[in-house]
Design a binder for this molecule. Structure first.
Ligand code: DOR
Ligand code: ZN
Length: 481
C-alpha cells in the first residue's frame, strides 16, 4: 500500500510525504518518486498522518462487567478514536492479579480491534507472583493506592516497596493510582454522615492533598528502588512539583493527564452532576492551565483517557455516592485535543508527542510504534483538521452512552485508522470484520532493563539469617566478616 498526498507529523516536523507499507510495516516515507510500486493506493489529500494514538489507561471491563463494556466495544471505540494501542486496567472481575485471571482476560481480548498491553494488578496478594504474571503476558502493573471502582484494597506500603524491588531490575513500569485512601475514606464518611449527596461532596472527600501525599510516597519508593513508575490521571496543580523534582533527580517517572482534567472543572458540575464523577475528581478551574503548562514543559508526558465506562443508569442516581466513578473517553480524546490544537494552544507536533511518542517510549514500544518511519508498524491516524462537528454520546461505539462531552463542539477528527497496515476504521466507520486484528504488544518487543538501585538487599536471601551469624548476636560480638 502507498499513502499519497498526506502530511506526516512527527514531534519535530510536519512533512509532505508518501508512505509505503508492506506486511503491516512502514517500508518507506518520502518523496512520491521513490515509493515502490503498490497494489493499493490510498489518497490522503488535505489530511495529516499521525502515528496512531497510544492510550495508556483504559478499562474494558471484560471479564466481569460486560454490561458496561467488552473488549469488542471498547476497542471499537479506540479504533474510531484514532487509537491503535491501549493498555488495559486490572480492576475487572476477577482482577488481573493471578495467572488464571490474566488468561481469562487474554481470551476476551482476542476480539480486540486494536493492539493492547495488559496492566497486571500489583496488590498484597499478587506481589508474590509478579514474575508469573509477566511470564504469562502482562506488560506492566497497576497499583490502586487510591480506592476506586472495583474496591480493590490498596497495597500496603510494604507490598508496594517489595513490588518495586522486584520490578526494578526487570525494567517493568508500574502505573499508580495515586490518592491516599485513608484520607478519602474518613472524609467521605464525614460527608455522608452530614447528609451531603451533591456532586461537590465527592470533590470535598478527595482533596488535592490526597494526591500530593500519595505521589510523594510513591516517588520515594520509586527513587529508592530504581523502579519505573507512571502516575495515572494527574489531576492537581499542587502535586506537579513532585514529578518535576523527581525527574530532575533522575527518577524514571512518567505521568499522564486526561482531557477532562485539562478542559473541565467544578464550573461544569452543576450541569453534569454524577456524570462527571470520577477518581481523582475533576477539580477547580485553577488546576486546568497548570496541567496544560506541565504537558508543554514535559513534566506530564502524555495524554491518556481513563476510559471508564458505566451505564447511564449507573451514572445518574440521586446521591453522588451511588453514581459509579468514571466515563468513556478513548473515542473522544483525539477530537477534543485536536480542537485545542486548532485553537492554537499547542501544535500538532506537541500533540503527537503526548498521544504517541511519549507513551511508546514509556512502554518500551518506540520505534515499533509511536512513529511514522521505516521499520515501524503501520499504525496511522488519518486526521482531518478542518472537519467540525458535535460530540454525541448516542453515537459512541462504547456501550456507555453517557459522556460529559455530549454536545461539545469540536474541530479536528480522525477519519481513518490503520493498524499494522489494515483499516480498522475507514471514513468514520468501524471496519467490523477487523475485530480480532488487535494483538498483545507483549509479543512485539521486550523492554530494556535499567540498572537497579537499592535492591541488592532484597531477594529471598534476606529471609535467611546469613551464615555464621548467631541469632540474637550482640553487635560486634565475634560475628565473622
Ligand atoms: O473514576 C474512575 N473510574 N477512576 C478510576 O481510577 C477507575 C475508574 C473505573 O474503573 O471505573
Ligand atoms: Zn482508571
Amino acid at each position: 500500500m502507498v499513502i499519497r498526498g498526506g502530511r506526516v507529523v512527527s514531534p519535530d516536523r510536519i512533512i509532505e510525504a508518501s508512505v509505503a507499507i508492506e506486511g503491516g510495516h512502514i517500508v518507506a516515507v518520502g518523496h512520491d518518486d521513490v515509493m515502490p510500486a503498490a497494489r493499493e493506493e490510498v489518497r490522503a489529500d488535505g489530511l495529516f498522518l499521525l502515528p496512531g494514538a497510544i492510550d495508556s489507561h483504559v478499562h474494558f471491563r471484560d471479564p466481569g462487567y460486560p454490561h458496561k463494556e467488552t473488549w469488542k466495544t471498547g476497542s471499537a471505540a479506540a479504533a474510531c478514536g484514532g487509537v491503535t494501542t491501549v493498555f488495559e486496567m486490572p480492576n475487572t472481575n476477577p482482577p488481573t492479579g493471578t495467572v488464571e485471571a490474566l488468561r481469562i482476560k487474554l481470551r476476551a481480548a482476542e476480539s480486540s480491534y486494536v493492539d493492547f498491553g495488559i496492566h497486571g494488578l500489583l496488590g498484597d496478594d499478587s506481589v508474590a507472583h509478579l514474575e508469573d504474571l509477566i511470564d504469562a503476558g502482562v506488560t506492566s502493573f497497576k497499583a490502586f493506592v487510591g480506592n476506586t471502582f472495583g474496591n480493590l484494597p490498596a497495597p500496603t506500603d510494604g507490598a508496594l516497596l517489595e513490588g518495586f524491588e522486584k520490578l526494578a531490575p526487570l525494567g517493568i513500569r508500574t502505573v499508580v493510582h495515586a490518592e491516599n485512601s485513608s484520607i478519602m475514606a474518613r472524609r467521605q464518611q464525614q460527608m455522608e454522615a452530614a447528609g451531603r449527596i451533591d456532586a461537590l461532596a465527592h470533590l470535598a472527600a478527595r482533596p488535592a492533598v490526597a494526591e500530593i501525599e500519595a505521589i510523594g510516597r510513591v516517588l520515594t519508593l520509586a527513587e529508592w528502588t530504581g523502579a519505573r513508575v507512571h502516575i495515572a490521571h494527574h489531576s492537581a496543580a499542587d502535586s506537579l512539583y513532585l514529578i518535576r523534582d523527581a525527574k530532575r533527580r533522575g527518577v524514571d517517572v512518567t505521568a499522564e493527564t486526561c482531557p477532562q482534567y485539562l478542559l473541565l472543572n467544578t464550573n461544569d458540575m452543576l450541569r453534569l452532576g454524577g456524570i462527571m464523577r470520577l477518581n481523582p475528581p475533576i477539580r477547580e478551574a485553577r488546576h486546568n492551565q497548570p496541567l496544560w503548562d506541565a504537558l508543554m514543559d514535559g513534566t506530564i508526558d502524555m495524554i491518556a483517557t481513563d476510559h471508564a465506562p458505566h451505564t447511564p443508569e449507573e451514572k445518574t442516581r440521586e446521591s453522588i455516592w451511588a453514581c459509579d466513578c468514571g466515563f468513556p473517553g478513548v473515542e473522544t480524546q483525539m477530537p477534543l485535543m485536536l480542537t485545542e490544537v486548532n485553537r492554537q494552544r499547542a501544535t500538532l507536533m506537541d500533540y503527537v508527542r503526548w498521544s504517541a511518542v511519549n507513551p511508546a517510549r514509556a512502554w518500551g514500544l518506540y520505534g515499533t510504534k509511536g512513529v511514522i518511519a521505516s521499520g515501524a508498524h503501520a499504525d496511522i491516524a488519518f486526521v482531518d483538521m478542518a472537519r467540525a462537528g458535535t460530540l454525541a454520546q448516542g453515537r459512541l461505539q462504547s456501550i456507555s452512552k453517557i459522556s460529559p462531552w455530549h454536545g461539545r463542539a469540536v474541530q479536528g477528527f480522525p477519519v481513518h485508522t490503520l493498524l499494522r497496515g489494515r483499516f480498522v476504521m475507514r471514513d468514520g466507520q468501524l471496519v467490523r470484520d477487523a475485530a480480532g486484528w488487535g494483538r498483545s504488544v507483549k509479543t512485539i518487543q521486550q523492554m530494556p532493563a535499567p540498572r537497579p538501585r537499592n535492591t541488592e538487599h532484597y531477594s529471598s536471601a534476606i529471609l535467611k539469617t546469613p551464615e555464621g551469624v548467631r541469632p540474637n548476636a550482640l553487635p560486634d560480638e565475634d560475628v565473622p566478616r
